[in-house]
Ligand binder design. Structure first.
Ligand SMILES: [Zn+2]
Length: 216
């Protein structure tokens, strides 16, 4: 995937979102769900609920209006040959699964090995947040974060590990609380060089449950 591909996909996502229903229609849909659940949307406690839910959705899904490529565009090239790992660990995020629209809550660890440029460290967290605030599956989100950093910064390597709990597993379906799903995407030197990968995995720590990935 090139960075223009990434931008293209993002535009596609936004173009579809532009055929957007009005806020009143969205509130109407919430009201329908309340009635479907078996309650009366006109009782006092529920009167403002559709409005609150739509406000919450605005924040949960604000990632559709943000472009991760643009976020990463502002880079710094005066790095005096720095070519060691840059790692941002334990980036907490909240996302929503695209199958049940229930929360996915977890942490992302993002690292890259700079070649010519570095990016402000907060930008890495913003990229995680942008992809998290969309309907997601964890595997895709992991790949999107790694790919966008790889395409824009052109580093020697990118590593992303995400561990998260999916409420569609803990509050419904198989009801298995405490189960974390771990996904990873290693590009460039993190993929080809076991030592770089091991260094990354040991820096993110054994708490991550990512230990099993060391031999991968
Ligand atoms: Zn789900």
């Amino acid at each position: 995937m090139t960075s223009s591909d990434v931008a293209q996909v993002d535009k596609g996502v936004r173009a579809e979102a532009s055929g957007r229903p009005t806020r009143a229609e969205a509130e109407q849909a919430v009201e329908t769900l309340i009635r479907w659940a078996g309650d009366n949307p006109l009782r006092e406690g529920l009167l403002a609920t559709p409005k609150r839910v739509v406000n919450a959705y605005e924040s949960f899904f604000s990632g559709y209006g943000q472009d991760p490529v643009e976020l990463l565009q502002r880079t710094f090239e005066e790095i005096d040959g720095y070519d060691e790992m840059v790692l941002l660990r334990d980036i907490r995020f909240e996302s929503h699964c695209e199958h049940h629209m229930l929360p996915i809550i977890g942490r992302a660890h993002v690292a890259y090995l700079p070649k010519k440029r570095v990016v402000g460290i907060s930008k890495l967290a913003r990229v995680v947040e942008t992809y998290a605030r969309r309907l997601q599956i964890q595997e895709k989100m992991t790949a999107q974060i790694a790919n966008s950093i790889n395409e824009v910064l052109e580093p020697q390597g990118v590593a992303v590990v995400i561990e998260a709990e999916h409420q569609c597993m803990t509050t419904r379906g198989v009801h298995k609380p405490g189960v974390a799903m771990v996904t990873s995407r290693m590009l460039g030197r993190f993929r080809s060089d076991a030592r770089s990968r091991r260094e990354f995995l040991s820096l993110i720590g054994s708490a991550s449950g990512a230990r099993g990935l060391q031999g991968a």
